[in-house]
Design a protein around this ligand. Structure first.
Ligand SMILES: [Zn+2]
Length: 307
């Protein structure tokens, strides 16, 4: 783990898995943009902050995913950090029951086991109409990029460094990603399109890298997510239930699922692609003998449905 200066007072903690930017207010006080993953990164981040005698006075969270808000409560308890987050994301991680509304398909006890530490108290809710947030006297510009998660944001530091969170992924991640996650893929692709107009001095992608220009990266991201959707499309034959598609997709993508938790997580990822194909009119959801099934033969089956 190491600290890299990006520009001016904007720095980045490179955890090897993630780039976690922070803004230095003075020699001691810093504002982190996301707080990382607890299980794999807390020890390293904690050690690095102590070594540099940093005090985390604030955290701006881009979205309520486990690898982005994993250390919010830990750091808040330790430093009294003020946490700012998009309002909807803040509600998701405000209680176990709210978390369940987002992570449906898992029991409350199961969620508690895997995501319990994500529960955190947000001090400043960022609402959709807000294009900046003032934290500890520092103004950060906000860009709303929903899709990857319901209310994902990008954050621009006073040095014009754009932190993209998970709105884009790097080439290294693309090379290894089988089904990168999007809550609503169509909206995520729209948000990616909007990034063409964002002008910054540097761009930080959470997973993971620092870029001077992201024009090509945006195009390649859009094409990558669309090509993954096409790969899901290709495994659909005849009429298939979501479970049938899951079976065919994990075989085709060579994914090995050994735990219930991993199955549920993978199913969530798959679902966003299947819903995207459905939204785009490439497949259709029909009722067949009382079961929900997806099919590519749109006109033919629509006609059958009408009969
Ligand atoms: Zn995420």
């Amino acid at each position: 783990m190491e600290i890299q200066n990006i520009k001016g007072n904007t720095y980045c903690i490179d955890t090897r898995m993630t780039c976690i930017p922070f803004y230095k207010i003075n020699d001691q006080d810093i504002i982190m943009l996301d707080s990382g993953w607890a299980e794999g990164e807390q020890k390293g981040i904690d050690g690095l902050l102590e070594k540099n005698k940093f005090k985390v006075v604030g955290i701006i969270s881009t979205h309520a995913h486990i690898d982005h808000i994993g250390n919010n409560t830990y750091l808040k308890n330790k430093y009294g950090s003020i946490i700012a987050m998009p309002a909807y994301e803040a509600y998701i991680c405000s209680s176990m029951v709210n978390l369940k509304a987002y992570y449906s398909g898992q029991t409350l006890s199961d969620l508690e086991k895997h995501y319990g530490h994500m529960i955190c108290e947000t001090d400043k809710m960022i609402i959709d109409s807000q294009d900046q947030v003032d934290l500890c006297g520092v103004k950060f510009r906000i860009l709303h990029t929903p899709g990857h998660s319901p209310a994902h944001i990008c954050v621009i530091t006073p040095d014009d460094v754009v932190y993209l969170g998970d709105s884009l992924i790097s080439y290294e991640v693309m090379a290894g990603a089988k089904m990168p996650y999007a809550f609503v893929l169509r909206e995520d692709l729209k948000s990616k399109e909007r990034l063409y107009d964002v002008k910054g001095s540097k761009y930080i992608v959470a997973h993971k890298g620092v870029y001077d220009d992201i024009t090509k990266l945006i195009t390649d991201n859009i094409n990558f997510y669309k090509s993954r959707a096409k790969s899901i499309y290709d495994v659909i034959e005849g009429t298939m239930t979501m479970e049938d598609i899951m079976k065919a997709a994990i075989k085709s993508f060579n994914i090995h699922l050994k735990t219930i938790h991993k199955y549920v997580v993978t199913e969530r990822m798959l679902r966003s692609y299947v819903e995207y194909l459905n939204e785009e009119g490439m497949i259709e959801l029909i009722m067949e003998n009382g079961f929900l099934k997806y099919s590519k033969n749109i006109t033919e089956l629509s006609q059958q449905n009408l009969e």
